[in-house]
Design a protein around this ligand. Sequence first.
Ligand code: GLN
Ligand code: ZN
Length: 772
Amino acid sequence: MTAKPAAAAARATVYGYPRQGQHRELKKAIEGYWKGRVTADALMETARGLRRANWQQLVDAGVHEVPTGDFSYYDHVLDTSVMVGAVPGRHRAAVEADALDGYFAMARGTQDVAPLEMTKWFDTNYHYLVPELGPDTVFAADSAKQVGELKEALALGHTPRPVLVGPVTYLLLAKPAPGVAADFEPLTLLDRLLPVYAEILGDLRAAGAEWVQLDEPALVQDRTPAELNAAERAYRDLGALTDRPKLLVASYFDQLGEALPVLAKAPVDGLALDFTEAAAGNLDALAAAGGLPGKRLVAGVVNGRNIWINDYEKSLATLGTLLGLADRVDVAASCSLLHVPLDAAVERDIDPQILRWLAFAKQKTAEIATLARGLAQGTHTIAAELAANRADLASRAGSAITHDPAVRARSAAVTDADGRRSAPYAKRATAQRAHLGLPLLPTTTIGSFPQTGELRAARADLRAGRIDTAGYEERIRNEIREVIAFQEKAGIDVLVHGEPERNDMVQYFAEQLTGYLATQHGWVQSYGTRYVRPPVLAGDISRPEPMTVRWTTYAQSCTDRPVKGMLTGPVTMLAWSFVRDDQPLGDTARQVALALRDEVADLEAAGTSVIQVDEPALRETLPLRAAGHAAYLAWATEAFRLTTSGVRDRTQIHTHMCYAEFGDIVQAIDDLDADVISLEAARSHMQVARELAAHGYPREAGPGVYDIHSPRVPSAEEAASLLRKGLDAIPAERLWVNPDCGLKTRAWPETRASLENLVAAARTVRAEIPSA
Ligand code: GLN
Ligand code: ZN
């Protein structure tokens, strides 16, 4: 590769790094602070130490420009709200009394004040705190955190680049504050917000920032002309500031589409774009827009949200093309490395062959540095790395783990008929009614019962060797017996075993499926101090033996009422795991579906008449842009139907969804062809029941009448009135009575009381139905 001027300057950078530290120091310090065991000073010292260590790690790996301001005690969107002074009225007193405690009050609420709402950060599993804005919002610049972290990095001799959530994305992520009209559009506050950003940029410049990064991932979504216009205005105004740092506008998670020419023309100094496969359109769009003459281009060629090694040759080819399109090309991950675990090298239980295919944040940083070096100094300077990379990719492509002939043959042989129940719903419903003999408005729950301290202790005891498998399983059986006994006594119609054996609804299955990998330290921030360890879909998926049958049959042996088998659906398995990047998602989903199909068949053969396949993630996995929806829904519904269609007519298939607005996927929900669906609905006053009715949803549904997200016990009258609302939309023959979701996060006393009230409500409303 010839060293053109652009290439010679190529630098390595990242937009953000995992926050909590190798030993989860930040989580421990924050939780200690909440409990009063760690002082504010000690917490801040821990945070400083982690930032220092992260920057050093980046620099040691060959990163030239380090991010600052990406660190957070809880969430970077909440940090942005603080930075622009958007503190909700109900939290102001707490913030004024103590900035740190006020910050945590906004994040977590207090006895008296509700926290900010939390929701998913685009299509990742990270959750941010939703800014609350209204026509009366007054913004005020508070650059202390950003300036403080910048100065820290400067003092350590680094070249820092502060990273901020951009003003357009900030407003697009916001929602109307409580009491503000629901149709209020936060984006109308742009003119008020821009001067605040201008002031902060000025502060950062004065403190020594040469470059500042403004993240605008909201611009990769479908945007209206008015929104694109707002983006144009924002960057025209910020670009026109005198005495400002150089501005790098960053986008990630997808291609920019219509926003690309807008930003390319803006008077800013650089753009950061995603060039991974998910955003493949950026390359052509950039060329079509005439490139970025006079600007810096930061090329996100290393996937920042998955854990596989980069394909150096492919990335170098992309980078080579980009050299012709911008003044200067730098190399980065496609998005903040916040979304991947810290270090693959500390994993001890992963097959060394597979370990070579994995790259967590630390390994990705090294990849970025290597690519930057190759670009700047010629590929001969990274010959050894290229050869090793080629060998690792070849080992993955040729491995028996990623290519199990039996799994592939079965997958290839799937026919349309495999994804279709043998009879239409009406005929199945008749068979199910005869077989199950349930009353009108049957009652059930979503699956899990309280995960008590004793259950967690039992798992810990098993891990630590204090009890053996037999002792552990005895405790699980005891729990199941109690859960069944309670449900019988409470008068619930379709029982569950309570899922006491499951640590997590995805991990439990991942651990038992061949081709799935668990990590020991692969923690990723979900929200605040909550971290998850997503399993890795590493190879072809198969099921060596049944996974749930013995627990379900044990539960069934304790009662004459039907016990519902409980499985996590294929789409949710993918959504909450790291997925393969060497085959289409639909192919992976199909393999998981076939493994689950066998589990369904085994449950049925063991006498289970009701089987629930949970798909809480169906809605959240919807691609960011509408153009991708149809293809996604096609493979997602196929996978669900493959899982569930092999059963007899009289076997009733349930599904469950939550955490989402379902209005825009009702057709997909219908296409699942499940006999019964339970949905979250209590908080929205049965909104979803009306949406199903408006669509003409033909099968049975249980819109939740008990909000399980709160310890509050709904009264029987309250549940009954929700049920009556449900009946306005769904006829009695097709309406089920259930909570919004599983009960694993609840305690027993409120669970007991709430379910008793739920059964009482069902009885009351049944008595009001003429024919019943
Ligand atoms: N069956 C699961 C449970 O009850 C469903 C959880 C979920 O929807 N997230 O816990
Ligand atoms: Zn749920």
